[in-house]
Ligand binder design. Structure first.
Ligand code: HEC
Length: 285
């Protein structure tokens, strides 16, 4: 009861937190509101100091996946950010945009299952002092700066396994802005219009929305880290299935410069689901 009251009080403080219309500092967090077409409608900037005045949590993790060390995280639950940013009820997804155009979406379902945290302090330190990411070869990402912001979990347990695809944590680093958007304009853009019939296509859809859209875009939805759009990827699945499969399991065998991460575990079942989804999605507009 007492906690609840404190929290209500803390959340009411938020209402009075005024963001700035223009960036003032490299650590400012840009918050973009997208219009119903998925285009940026407005941007405001919250200072690092302002974010620190919000109700934060401090948790210990046994294994920080970016540095492969134990860590103490202080940050804000993404579930609280909708209110912090004054999002109206139609805005049900937060997108995290990285400097290299990698993007992750947080929908209500993922947020409830995994409780992602916008990181403000790593082992008590502010972003200038954060360690660098120890990149696993083939992760594809550019650079190793964790800051200015990143999204972390106290612990991540995959809730979905589809053949050889295991749900991956959405843990972008180098996050420079957050966007408030709608399911239909983000993850929903990649969903089958008529998902009724083919269970394999639905499995493929889960692989793609969980694993591929952080880099491959469709219109203004999804990350733009990769030059080939999702429509390009789908075309290559349809035109040259063997090359498609080979590129995904071992991109370096076909392109020494590949920025695409390898999925060496994907087997026939996994690819059949992926291809059933792509086929059901055609034509992609
Ligand atoms: C970390 C970013 C990233 C993720 C995640 C990612 N890709 Fe890619 N992908 C790339 C990049 C970058 C390229 C462009 C070529 C290159 O640099 O390897 C690419 C190229 C490809 C290509 C070959 C290009 C073409 O037009 O045929 C295919 C096929 C592909 N990706 C499929 C996928 C699938 C399927 C997934 C999800 C299982 C996925 N990608 C996830 C970054 C990514």
């Amino acid at each position: 009861m007492k906690m609840r009251l404190l929290r209500t009080f803390a959340m009411s403080v938020i209402g009075s937190m005024q963001p700035s219309e223009t960036p003032q500092d490299p650590l400012d967090l840009e918050v973009i509101t997208l219009d119903p077409q998925g285009n940026p409608a407005k941007s405001v900037y919250y200072s690092y100091g302002q974010l620190l005045t919000l109700p934060t949590v401090t948790v210990k993790t046994e294994h920080d996946p970016n540095t492969n060390t134990p860590a103490i995280y202080t940050g804000i639950y993404l579930s609280d950010l909708f209110e912090v940013f004054g999002a109206d009820a139609s805005l049900d997804v937060i997108g995290a945009n990285c400097l290299d155009k990698y993007k992750q979406y947080y929908d209500r379902d993922y947020i409830a299952k995994h409780r992602p945290i916008l990181l403000l302090k790593f082992d008590g330190q502010s972003p200038d002092e954060w360690p660098r990411a120890s990149q696993s070869p083939g992760s594809g990402r550019h650079g190793t700066m964790l800051g200015p912001y990143c999204v972390v979990h106290e612990s991540f347990k995959p809730t979905e396994t589809i053949y050889e695809y295991v749900e991956e944590p959405r843990i972008p680093y180098g996050v420079v802005s957050l966007e408030l958007t709608r399911f239909a304009q983000s993850i929903g853009r990649f969903m089958l219009k008529d998902s009724g019939n083919d269970p394999e296509a639905i499995k493929g859809q889960k692989i793609v929305t969980g694993g591929c859209i952080s880099c491959h875009h469709l219109g203004n939805a999804g990350g733009q880290f990769a030059l080939p759009s999702w429509a390009d990827v789908a075309a290559s699945a349809q035109n040259s299935r063997d090359n498609f499969r080979k590129y995904i399991t071992d991109p370096h065998s076909m392109n020494p410069q590949a920025g695409m991460p390898a999925y060496p575990t994907f087997n026939d079942d996994t690819f059949n689901a992926l291809e059933a989804y792509i086929k059901a999605m055609m034509p992609i507009e």
